[in-house]
Design a protein around this ligand. Structure first.
Ligand code: NAP
Length: 412
């Protein structure tokens, strides 16, 4: 049966305002009782009595059944969300950083209180991937989930690769357009897509991981050399998070820049668009494409969660509760390109095999390396302002599902 919802919304920024626009034009009878904001002196386009800087006016109001958390402060967001859940309120959030850091704890609170926390808007804006992983891919054997999860870095890469802009000009424009997070290093450093990957790891494989355990290398040291390296081969450079199964009960996951060949589904995902590519044993490849950021696209995902709450929807975390949870293997070797200044870096990184050395105008190597080695060398890579990217790996092309299943010992 449909419940009547009375909302208290934290945040009236890009997403908060986008959500409110949608609620106003929607036929649904959703009552917004209060917005909690940080700065009481800002002029707002709605009556002043709708706003407060006092969070207690929402958290302590028994009439407010549902809290929508859309603020840009992950620590305050965790306090608000956990208190609201403990008070028996349902919550919708789009805060990937907060959720990625506290997911296990938030799941435990929901179990204790029976409240529901939904966060579709936290991963790839308007793309409905979490509920699909929870429901549609409930019993599917997933081989991999990957994609383009960060609109801001993808916009920057498109402007550089297609329009020939400098990195600085493209970043400034992404910020002006409101695609970049308040702290852009979260986007270009690969942290934001990592938070989303950590959330999807829970819904695809039942894994609760700390973001610190997951490798992320960003695009902030992208230079002319790798652009030339890509152009000569007809490739593009994308920032790609991926989790994939590598054995019967083992996965690997990471966020790395990647050279992408024409024909790959991610090749034509440009500008601020996002995409999620799901590879599964029986459904085969499925591709979700859409706006990964912006007030209205993200607001639409938040509204979808709010309306799901009217029917008592909860994530069940079935893969965590009812399936064997896979281990994470960091010893997987991948083919990479590394452009560096200090030759000592190549030794420090410790390639297991080097196939090619290049010297024009800066030095680069192409070789194989394990994720564990990249993680260990992360600081040295950063200090060198080196650029590391995964190369296309034809070996990763999936065999047909029957042989793959037998590889995994699932069917003989
Ligand atoms: N922007 C996107 O496209 C997008 C997409 C997906 C997910 N998200 C996520 O959605 C959330 C909101 O993003 P946004 O882009 O809408 O941020 P934003 O435009 O910077 O707005 C942030 C809002 O939060 C309020 N705020 C900050 N700290 C607060 C606190 N402690 N208590 C109450 N209100 C507080 C601010 O108040 P004032 O108005 O008074 O400053 C502002 O209204 C973030 O978690 C972000 O990662 C954003």
């Amino acid at each position: 049966m449909s419940k009547k919802l009375t909302l208290g919304i934290f945040g009236f920024g890009v997403v908060g305002q986008g959500l409110y626009d949608i609620i106003r034009t929607n036929y649904l009878q959703i009552d917004v009782k209060k917005f909690v904001i940080r700065d009481g002196s800002k002029v707002r386009p709605l009556p002043a009595e709708l706003f407060t800087t006092d969070r207690r006016q929402v958290l302590d109001d028994p009439e407010i059944t549902t809290v929508v958390e859309l603020i840009d402060d992950a620590d305050a967001a965790f306090e608000i969300v956990s208190e609201a859940l403990k008070k028996g309120k349902d919550v919708v959030s789009a805060n990937k950083k907060m959720i990625a850091h506290h997911l296990e704890e938030l799941v435990a609170i929901q179990k204790e209180t029976g409240s529901s926390l939904l966060y579709e808007g936290a991963v790839c804006g308007s793309i409905p991937i979490i509920r699909n992983l929870e429901e549609y891919y409930d019993n599917e054997l997933l081989y991999a989930v990957s994609g383009i999860f960060n609109g801001s870095s993808n916009y920057i890469l498109s402007q550089i690769c297609i329009e020939g802009w400098t990195y600085e000009k493209a970043l400034k424009k992404a910020q002006d357009l409101g695609f970049a997070e308040s702290d852009p290093s979260m986007d270009v450093g690969g942290f934001d897509p990592k938070f989303k990957l950590v959330i999807l790891a829970a819904h695809s494989y039942g894994l609760f991981l700390a973001p610190e355990e997951v490798l992320n290398i960003g695009i902030h040291h992208l230079g002319e050399e790798e652009l030339q390296f890509a152009t000569e081969r007809g490739w593009k450079i994308k920032l790609v998070p991926e989790i994939r199964q590598i054995g019967p009960n083992e996965v690997t996951l990471y966020v790395l820049p990647r050279f992408v060949e024409p024909g790959h589904l991610l090749y034509n995902v440009e500008h601020e668009n996002n995409a999620v590519l799901v590879k599964a044993a029986f459904a085969n490849e499925q591709f979700f494409y859409g706006k990964g950021a912006g007030g209205h696209p993200t607001g639409s995902a938040v509204l979808s969660d709010i309306t799901a709450l009217r029917y008592g929807y909860k994530y069940e975390y079935k893969k965590h509760l009812h399936q064997a949870i896979p281990g994470v293997n960091l010893d997987v070797e991948i083919p990479v390109y590394l452009r560096y200044s200090d030759p000592e870096l190549v030794k420090k990184v410790g390639f297991s095999a080097i196939e090619e050395y290049g010297t024009s105008p800066n030095s680069y190597v192409v070789g194989r390396i394990s994720l564990r080695q990249i993680l260990a060398a992360g600081q040295a890579i950063e200090q060198d302002r080196a650029f590391l990217a995964q190369l296309p790996d034809s070996a990763s092309k999936l065999p047909d599902s029957a042989s793959k299943l037998s590889d995994f010992g699932i069917v003989k």
